[in-house]
Design a protein around this ligand. Structure first.
Ligand SMILES: *Cc1c(COP(=O)(O)O)cnc(C)c1O
Length: 354
């Protein structure tokens, strides 16, 4: 039976990407060797790394604009501290929009002063704060573009005259933005780009070199850039598979093309949530994420029936995060409109049955 994978992460990847990745594990580039047993310094793998880096810049429309790309390890969670290590000298601003922002704030506090410029904690993060004041002279402002757990997404980004840093783990390559407004973008691969094991970091070079502290080599973006993401052995499988996903996206028409599909999927699901009296959306309407839709049943007694119907239809990964409860449908790039249609059909069938 066809599975419809709504998992929040690790997430669905295009079937052709998984097929190609599997082939490369058996025999990479016809070498008679596996991708995961050759030297990361061999030409075959160095080409993969270079291709992955240039695809990332191309998809974000950042070519020739002073940006560099890294593929690092330790997940987005390690970037929480790497960013502070490399950029936080005195004071940084953080917008607290959920679990991941809170974790980033906790790490940054080890390195300097942190101002929470705004927070939606008062409503268990079901909205994006707006109209907040931003102090002058911050070392940087940190935002989380999409809140994977609560299902909110920043639609309008603040204008600032200091570096803008953004955790785009769960909506990278999903929508068009002027990415040149950001000075550092990072994303753990396993939400919308590849398997777990690598983190994309896109840095505008001129933000580095401004802190006075000593930075350990593995934590130092300048060191990592000097070694082209190969200061130590990179996560070869995760980088290769991410490269395949980026190629898949490029062939599809890039970010503008996928944005159109992502908007259709989100519209389809949210209109069902709004029309069907058995379901309530969690996130405030204007801040709803196109990637992660959070919703609850209005009558808990229907849970068993709904869960069984989902299971029988091959729907996977719909459980909400423990901090929100209810359901979360993650509609990352590789999830088809048809899969969302299947979920919506079940939701309306539940309404007819109930
Ligand atoms: C999942 C997630 C993270 C944490 O990623 P890891 O790679 O597991 O460290 C950070 N930020 C956001 C927005 C996420 O969705």
């Amino acid at each position: 039976m066809k599975k419809h994978n709504f998992s929040a992460g690790p997430c669905i990847l295009p079937q052709e990407v998984i097929q190609k990745a599997a082939e490369a594990v058996i025999d990479f580039n016809g070498l008679g060797l596996s991708l995961i047993e050759i030297s990361h310094r061999s030409k075959d793998f160095v080409d993969v790394m270079e291709n992955a880096r240039s695809l990332a810049l191309e998809l974000l429309d950042l070519e020739g604009k002073g940006y560099q790309v890294l593929f690092l390890q330790g997940g987005a969670s390690t970037e929480f501290l790497r960013i502070a290590y490399n950029l936080l000298e005195n004071k940084a601003g953080y917008l607290n929009t959920g679990t991941w922002s809170s974790k980033a704030i906790k790490e940054a506090k080890l390195f300097g002063d942190v101002v929470e410029v705004g927070s939606s904690k008062d409503e268990n993060f079901n909205y994006i704060p707006k109209g907040y004041g931003i102090p002058e002279n911050l070392d940087f402002l940190h935002l989380t573009s999409n809140n994977t757990i609560f299902g909110t997404q920043i639609k309008k980004f603040p204008e600032v005259n200091f570096p803008l840093v953004c955790d785009m783990s769960s909506d990278i390559f999903s929508r068009q933005l002027d990415f040149s407004k950001f000075d550092l973008i990072y994303a753990g691969a396993q939400k919308n780009m590849g398997p777990a094991g690598t983190t994309l970091v896109v840095i505008k070079e001129d933000v580095l070199g401004k802190v006075s502290r000593q930075i350990p080599s593995m934590m130092d973006y300048a060191v990592q850039l000097g070694k082209d993401s190969m200061f130590n052995t990179p996560s070869v499988f995760a980088v290769y598979t991410s490269m395949l996903t980026m190629e898949w996206l490029k062939n599809l028409g890039g970010v503008p093309a996928i944005e159109e599909i992502n908007d259709k999927k989100a519209q389809l699901l949210y209109s069902e949530i709004d029309l069907n009296p058995l379901f309530n959306g969690y996130a405030s309407k204007e801040d709803r994420s196109t990637m992660n839709a959070t919703f609850n049943l209005s009558e808990e007694t229907l849970k068993e029936t709904f869960d069984t119907m989902c299971k029988e239809a091959g729907i996977n990964g719909l459980n909400g995060h423990r901090s929100v409860g209810g359901y979360r449908a993650s509609m990352y790039n590789a999830l088809s409109l048809e899969s969302v249609g299947t979920l919506v059909d079940i939701m309306s069938e539940l309404e007819r049955k109930a």
